[in-house]
Design a protein around this ligand. Structure first.
Ligand code: WT7
Length: 635
């Protein structure tokens, strides 16, 4: 794999300059090394951000699983590809070698075909973190079916919305899942969701908890017997470079979730390249990303990126605090983990606990520590650096998004000097820009603005499933010829970037991306609610928590507010999932609105953050009198 062995900052700059001076040459060279192409491209890049249209490696043909599995068999057949660490530490870890992965993916792929799935069909995967999750993802890719993994913490309504949006023919799920001390009845969530999904013909059910569950005649099938009788050979489907590989939903600031579409060739090249260089993976290293495959982090840096490099990647079913807060470090010691990648919210939660949970374990195998998902605060950064990395492991604060497919801004370990809370420098090939409110690029250092990317990169999402116009409006209309990220950032005196947070109505709670509109929509379905507005406020573990301002309907009767709060959170749990529950709910008689009827969230955010000394300009408000009332009753 293209590895520049970037050992000094000067080398990074050399590579970076080369990547910007001639991006096509740069990405052509990387694609030429080590990947298996069934047919070579005739054009590296074609792009037009106004349409927007982006085509990488046009004319090329490949199968990503051939690159992630088959190509390693000769040299790494017995090497562990996936190391499954179960929820219960007393259950044996499972080592799946590249040879075994090859056989299991092929069997699964053959089952999909037998069940009528063909190239281009959409398959929804709703599974806990068990080997079948990674294997089913790869099985879809093997036959050219488009996978749509839905995080298994989402509710039945959220699942149904995603299944219907992309017309999935099949759902792959399990009889249940283990999560710390709890057992979750996944299948009943699926059954409930599927009442609204006429497009689903077949449900394959993996056994995990061995719970007795209802199976719907003609629709539901146990997976294992089908796998047992399936052949271990399955020819990979030959895919065009720009054929869709998967859909992954992310929240938007308005409307329903956006099905981001990623394609085969560019995604493969970029995730493989960034995995190798961001983590400085070496042949016998053991790599562990604690994310769930239900998020982009898991797609790119548990499954595709590591496997494309022939790496050993840990798949962890559990949670950080079960059986106790030492679990992560117990696993690091047990499997001698070399690269560890997690989220700031987990670090903050761990940092609150007694250091004995860390000090009991030998963490000397660690070489690189990563974080992703939200800005990492100074305190968490130093805790991670001192107590986990023992000040010897570079911390890579990796900024990227579902839409970008791979890491965009991050230190290169051992080359880029790190700086707490800074994602530092763009990856080779990535051209960030900071923009001002008038659409002008802000040049120079020591500036801040809205973060855009001004040149395409191979793993960028190509569209929103079924809604190209929304894709253009969301990402390419705010600034001419730029991809707009939705984040604010600053650039320091040496050109390092620090991501300051979202500038739109997306709130990152415990690293989960939540749009305010879908939450408000679900609250408004409560019969007693007239209107609502959600904002984020700082929370010491979650990063942000949700604060809801709710106007009740005038019915003349008084309602028990405690019960209403519970009911509102129940509705949110049903529509979205427990991750979107509100920490605080304030009932109010009005919301501050502009003359055009827009809720002025800036004011609500300040009140929620208990920062009311300077509310800024409120003169454009239609109803300035409600502001004091809200302040007086703030929670
Ligand atoms: C949003 C994307 C990329 C995988 C996980 C999240 C925030 C992500 C960082 C970071 C500051 C970060 C941004 C971004 N974010 N990484 N290192 N520092 N903020 O993917 O759910 O698509 O969310 O997460 O706000 O836009 P996602």
């Amino acid at each position: 794999m293209s590895n520049y062995h970037i050992k000094h900052l000067e080398e990074y700059y050399q590579v970076y300059r080369k990547s910007v001076r001639n991006p096509e040459n740069f990405w052509e060279e990387i694609a030429e090394e080590h990947f298996v192409w069934r047919k070579r491209w005739n054009n590296v890049l074609r792009w037009d951000f106004t349409k927007p249209e982006v085509t990488w490696y046009e004319g090329a043909q490949l199968n990503i699983t051939e690159n992630c599995i088959d190509r390693h068999l000769r040299t790494r057949g017995d090497k562990t590809a996936i190391l499954f660490e179960p929820n219960d530490p007393n259950e044996q870890a499972e080592h799946i070698s590249y040879q075994q992965l090859y056989e299991r993916v092929n069997q699964f792929a053959n089952v999909l075909k037998e069940q009528g799935i063909a190239k281009g069909d959409r398959v929804c995967i709703y599974l806990p973190m068990i080997p079948e999750l990674a294997i089913s993802v790869l099985a879809c890719a093997r036959i050219g079916a488009i996978h749509s993994v839905v995080f298994a913490g989402f509710s039945s309504t959220a699942l149904a919305t995603r299944i219907n949006d992309s017309d999935c023919k099949m759902v792959i799920t399990a009889d249940g899942s283990f999560r710390g001390p709890k057992t979750i009845d996944l299948k009943s969530i699926v059954d409930e969701g599927l009442e609204e999904c006429p497009c689903v013909e077949t449900v394959l059910v993996a056994k995990r908890t061995h719970a007795t569950i209802p199976m719907k005649e003609g629709r539901d099938k146990w997976l294992q017997p089908l796998l047992d009788s399936a052949d271990t050979q399955c020819e990979p489907e030959i895919m065009n470079a720009e054929d869709p590989l998967f859909i992954l939903y992310t929240s938007g600031s308005t409307g329903k979730p956006k099905g981001m579409v990623h394609t085969n060739a560019g995604y493969m090249v970029y995730t493989a390249f960034t995995f190798k260089n961001a983590f400085q993976y070496r042949e016998d290293d053991v790599y562990w990303c604690t994310a769930d495959i239900g998020w982009i982090t898991g797609h790119s840096y548990i499954v595709y990126g590591p496997l494309a490099n022939g790496a050993t990647t840990i798949l962890f079913e559990g949670v950080p605090n079960y059986p106790d807060w030492g679990r992560f470090w117990e696993v690091v010691e047990k499997h001698k983990v070399n690269q560890f990648y997690t989220a700031p919210t987990a670090i903050r939660a761990l940092a609150k606990e007694n250091l004995d949970f860390v000090e009991k374990y030998n963490l000397s195998s660690l070489k690189v520590l990563g974080t992703v998902g939200e800005p990492i605060n100074d305190e968490a950064w130093h805790w991670y650096d001192s107590n986990i990395g023992k000040k010897k492991c570079p911390i890579i604060d990796t900024w990227w998004q579902t839409e970008t497919g791979g890491i965009m801004i991050s230190p290169i370990p051992y080359a880029t000097p790190t700086k707490p809370t800074y994602a530092t420098l763009p990856f080779p090939g990535i051209q960030p820009a900071l923009m001002d409110e008038n659409g002008q690029e802000i040049k120079g250092n020591q500036v801040d603005g809205r973060l855009c990317i001004k040149f395409p990169w191979p793993s960028m999402a190509r569209t929103i499933w079924g809604n190209h116009e929304r894709y253009r409006d969301t990402y390419f209309s705010a600034y001419k010829n730029m991809y707009f990220t939705g984040d604010g950032a600053l650039r320091d005196e040496v050109g390092y970037y620090r991501i300051t947070g979202r500038v739109d109505d997306v709130i990152i709670v415990s690293g989960h991306n939540l749009g305010t509109a879908p939450i408000e929509d679900s609250i408004n379905e409560h019969p007693a609610v007239a209107e609502s507005a959600i904002v984020g406020f700082p929370h010491d573990i979650k990063g942000n928590a949700l604060y809801g301002y709710v106007i009740l309907k005038e019915t003349g009767e008084s309602r028990d507010h405690t019960n209403l709060r519970i009911e509102i959170n129940q509705i949110i749990t049903e529509h979205i999932g427990p991750i979107a529950k509100l920490d605080k709910i304030q009932f109010t008689r009005g919301l501050p609105k502009t003359r055009s009827g827009k809720i002025m969230r800036r004011i609500l955010r300040k009140i929620a953050a208990k920062d009311t000394s300077n509310l800024g300009d409120t003169s454009t408000l239609l109803n300035p009198e409600v502001v004091q009332d809200i302040i007086d009753n703030a929670l």
